[in-house]
Ligand binder design. Structure first.
Ligand code: ADP
Ligand code: ZN
Ligand code: ZN
Length: 658
């Protein structure tokens, strides 16, 4: 007796397909199915009635790959929600969600050894203070049902200890915990702290794990043993049949947003997952996203705050350095240099932040003004100190800098602007006996380099730490007495409507690194705009107030989170075709409740020889936006809707302009 099944098939852009089998297969089981000449891995979505008017003969499932379903019903529902919300086909969704090994049609000849479930020891928890206890009790009251919490606690307020309490209680109830972090490499100390407190080994899932390790982790978590799974973005899809709690730490971090293929936001998927699996979810941050704060105002998230630093330290003082008319040594003002000198003399550590890696962002001919550009992207190469000197930060192309200007033959070069390498050089000249530790993507390539740098910082000797974005995330460095933000101004004038929100988060997160030890820390902001309203707010207001001010502006201008947005990006070698593609789509947006801007050039208008133009879609009604996107994508599938040589990408709830 054959049963018919609806099967989602990986590696095809097709909708779910119908197959037959004489096996009894539960939804969520992986199967091997034929498609054309290929054999592909699919996932059973449901048993269905035999189709009566099949145009094609229904093919048979070749074999079942799991004895028990990989995902349970509620997890399949989550995937179906993702497919709908991000307008993705099942094939691509499975490619995003399933670890590579679990979608191989040929099973590995030597399957990985099953992992043992971690043992649960006796947890050794600190005593919580009153605020922490209150937060922990409230959240614990919601165990067993869906409730979404925002835990807003200043840096150093002891959010991690609250997590540890809740994780422990969940494990005691023989349930599973999923904890998401923006980036694992940077938070290794937090993982080891949790392991130590809870006296159990967390199971880890992140980009540094091999394919077979990922498959092993999935095979373990699907069995439902009580455990703590800590992972980055894609861990949100891991099977956890006994899920009892989700924690999303540093929820404001844009690393939760996938930037290619299906551009899902792991925090948003996590909220939906908690709902499907009826468990509480905690979003934690010192600087919550405006989206989450708006959700608090709407009653969708429940706010808990930690206002005190757990070890009674006072937050650092914050001052601006007026850069106008200053005699600058590179990017560094005399005031900043003397503050660094003073701090080092007092045996303190200094952290300087500059979000631009490389030596200099532009290499220009001093005689004729010619710039050396990446031919594929038509933007200046970033100059790097080591060969190959010219590196494109957009497409990765590298070249050796020519000795002479290709335009006029001059050999006088002029470097415009400064990156971390140049500032590092200036610091080494000023402080020849002090170690300067540069922390950016170039200096941390290679295994353990970052851990090595962090160990050096934790050793506590006076040093200058100079770094990019990487430094802004949850590290607990006790010895940092001075934080300097080298360039505030570029964010004040950025085109992206989120740039002020990001600047506030960054300044507060980086400042949170100061003065965790025994002394009060100091934060200095270098700016040519010391009287700018927003700079003044940064100095005088707590994050919650700054965020309310930004929310008001977003509300006045009807920008997210007060409207719903998406962009469609068209990419191709011929600009006229790229534009023609978007022009074709425009009429479909008329007479809808969706506002459209474009076609307009993307911020990165050319990348790897491809032109990029976009349509920005925005609506006060989420449903209207999604209906319009459905119509646009359906039209693109039609021969008359598509322009050849152009590819179209979609981002729902974009975090960045492409
Ligand atoms: P956050 O994650 O909010 O930045 P942490 O959890 O890292 O803060 O806590 C900051 C510091 O305070 C850590 O060194 C931690 O051990 C300490 N701490 C946290 N809670 C308490 C408490 N209740 N009593 C004493 N120290 C605490
Ligand atoms: Zn020249
Ligand atoms: Zn390039």
């Amino acid at each position: 007796m054959n049963t018919h099944y609806l099967v989602a098939v990986s590696g095809t852009p097709l909708p779910a397909l119908t197959y037959a089998s004489d096996l009894m297969l539960a939804a969520g089981t992986r199967v091997l199915v034929p498609l054309g000449k290929r054999q592909l891995v699919g996932v059973v979505l449901a048993a269905i009635e035999a189709p009566t008017d099949a145009e094609y003969a229904v093919k048979s499932i070749i074999s079942a790959l799991d004895d028990a379903p990989l995902w349970q019903e509620s997890e399949l529902k989550l995937l179906a929600w993702c497919a709908g919300y991000y307008h993705a086909d099942w094939g691509r969704l499975l490619e995003t969600a399933l670890p590579p090994q679990l979608r191989l049609s040929k099973q590995p000849t030597r399957p990985a050894k099953p992992l043992k479930a971690p043992e649960l020891g006796q947890a050794a928890l600190v005593k919580l203070n009153a605020e922490q206890q209150h937060a922990s009790d409230k959240i614990a009251d919601s165990f067993g049902s869906f409730k979404a919490w925002l835990l807003m606690g200043v840096t150093g307020s002891g959010k991690t200890e609250v997590y540890a309490q809740l994780i422990n209680q969940t494990l005691q109830q023989e349930k599973q915990v999923l904890m998401l972090l923006p980036e694992i490499g940077l938070t290794a100390p937090m993982v080891s702290r949790l392991a130590q407190r809870l006296n159990t080994e967390p199971v880890l899932l992140h980009s540094e794990r091999t394919n077979s390790q990922r498959a092993q982790v999935w095979q373990l978590t699907r069995q439902g043993h009580p455990l703590l799974l800590i992972g980055t973005r894609s861990a949100i899809f891991a099977p956890l049949p006994k899920l009892g709690l989700i924690i999303v730490d540093e929820e404001h971090d844009s690393a939760y947003k996938q930037q290619d293929s299906i551009r899902y936001h792991a925090r948003d998927v996590a909220l939906m997952r908690a709902k499907q699996q009826a468990c509480p979810i905690v979003l934690g941050s010192a600087t919550p996203s405006l989206e989450s704060l708006a959700n608090v105002d709407q009653g969708k998230l429940h706010l808990l705050t930690l206002t005190q630093r757990a070890n009674q330290q006072i937050l650092p003082t914050m001052l601006t350095i007026d850069m106008r008319q200053q005699k600058l040594d590179g990017a560094l003002s005399p005031q900043l240099l003397s503050a660094v000198e003073r701090t080092l003399a007092e045996q303190g550590q200094v952290l300087l932040f500059l979000n631009r890696r490389g030596y200099s962002p532009v290499l220009m001919c001093h005689d004729c003004g010619h710039t050396l550009d990446c031919p594929a992207c038509e933007v200046p190469y970033t100059f790097h100190r080591h060969a190959p000197n010219l590196r494109c930060h957009h497409c990765g192309k590298v070249e050796q800098a020519p000795a002479q200007c290709p335009s006029c033959g001059s050999s006088h070069w002029h470097l415009v602007g400064q990156g971390t390498q140049k500032v590092e050089e200036a610091l080494q000249q000023h402080f020849p006996t002090t170690p300067v530790l540069r922390v950016d993507r170039d200096s941390t390539q290679g295994k353990d380099k970052l851990n090595h740098l962090f160990a050096q910082i934790r050793a506590g000797d006076p040093c200058i730490i100079l770094g990019t974005q990487m430094l802004a995330k949850g590290h607990d460095f006790a010895g940092i007495a001075l934080v300097g933000i080298i360039d505030v101004d570029s964010a004040l004038f950025a085109r992206d409507f989120r740039s002020l929100e990001r600047l506030a988060q960054l300044v507060i997160q980086v400042s949170g690194r100061a003065g965790r030890g025994s002394q009060r820390g100091q934060v200095l902001l270098q700016t040519h705009q010391p009287h700018h309203d927003f700079v003044q707010s940064l100095l005088t207001k707590p994050y919650a107030e700054i965020a309310q001010q930004l929310l008001k502006e977003r509300s006045d201008t009807q920008l997210p989170p007060f409207s719903f947005s998406a962009w469609l990006l068209a990419e191709g070698k011929h600009l006229d075709r790229v534009q023609a593609q978007l022009e074709k789509l425009l009429p479909l947006c008329q007479h809808t409740k969706v506002q459209v801007a474009g076609p307009m050039p993307a911020l990165m208008h050319k990348r790897q020889y491809h032109y990029r133009e976009l349509l920005w879609l925005q609506s006060e009604q989420r449903a209207a936006l999604h209906t319009t996107i459905d119509n646009l994508l359906a039209f693109l599938q039609q021969p008359e809707g598509k322009v050849t040589g152009v590819r179209v990408f979609l981002d729902v709830d974009p975090q960045d302009m492409p």
